[in-house]
Design a protein around this ligand. Structure first.
Ligand SMILES: CC(C)(COP(=O)(O)OP(=O)(O)OC[C@H]1O[C@@H](n2cnc3c(N)ncnc32)[C@H](O)[C@@H]1OP(=O)(O)O)[C@@H](O)C(=O)NCCC(=O)NCCS
Length: 179
């Protein structure tokens, strides 16, 4: 049985949190945070940062791609969260973007994920996208709670889509319409 380290809320929200677009100087810090969260092993489809064209675009030229967004959450000069919104493959899906998110393990349950999601949703509306998609493991109760809270709905399941430590894990598909 795969378990997660999800917990109930214990921490107070951070008062001086900044949510903003990344800068090109921050690639290494963000990749390190992604690696830290991915190496927890249960949240993402990879256990480390894997470069893709979209990631390299936002790391090198954060403001040059109107259909890409990388947000960071900064607190006391430390990057403690990210949220990326990337285009979906294919000319016929140009109205759709896909979202991924992570918060440093020691900073969860302090409203950071919710704040990142809300800023990303407002950005996607301004860019006139029509829908945001994401996928999540069914054991990730905290993430699903946050996604529900900001208006995502479950649209399907891909059964046994992953194998984590030799156990099958489903993939829950969620989406939020913006129009
Ligand atoms: C999912 C994640 C991004 C959420 O960010 P966060 O800053 O921890 O979330 P918030 O503090 O904004 O909100 C957490 C909410 O989940 C609730 N929660 C905490 N543990 C929970 C659990 N086990 N079950 C259900 N809800 C839970 C909190 O009470 C809070 O709800 P509320 O705002 O209604 O009180 C973050 O926890 C994370 O990075 N997790 C690991 C990586 C990950 O799962 N990424 C998403 C993959 S699709």
């Amino acid at each position: 049985m795969i378990t997660s380290s999800n917990s109930v809320r214990e921490n107070a929200p951070l008062l001086s949190l900044t949510i903003r677009q990344n800068t090109s100087a921050e690639a290494d810090a963000i990749k390190k945070l992604i690696n830290d969260v991915a190496s927890e092993g249960v949240w993402f489809v990879t256990e480390r940062y894997v470069p893709t064209t979209e990631w390299e675009n936002v790391f090198s030229h954060p403001t040059d791609f109107p259909n890409h967004l990388l947000l960071v959450a900064e607190y006391q000069k430390r990057i403690i969260g990210w949220c990326r919104v990337f285009p979906v493959f294919g000319d016929k899906s140009q109205h759709v973007v896909d979202l991924g998110i992570g918060v440093a393990e020691d900073r969860r349950d302090q409203d950071i994920g919710t704040a990142l999601m809300n800023v990303a949703i407002e950005w996607a509306k301004r860019q006139q996208f029509e829908k945001i998609t994401l996928s999540v493991s069914p054991i990730n109760a905290r993430a699903i709670h946050v996604f529900d809270k900001v208006g995502f709905v479950r649209t399907g399941v891909r059964y046994k889509q992953f194998k984590v430590r030799d156990e099958y894990v489903d993939e829950v598909l969620m989406e939020r319409f913006l129009i």
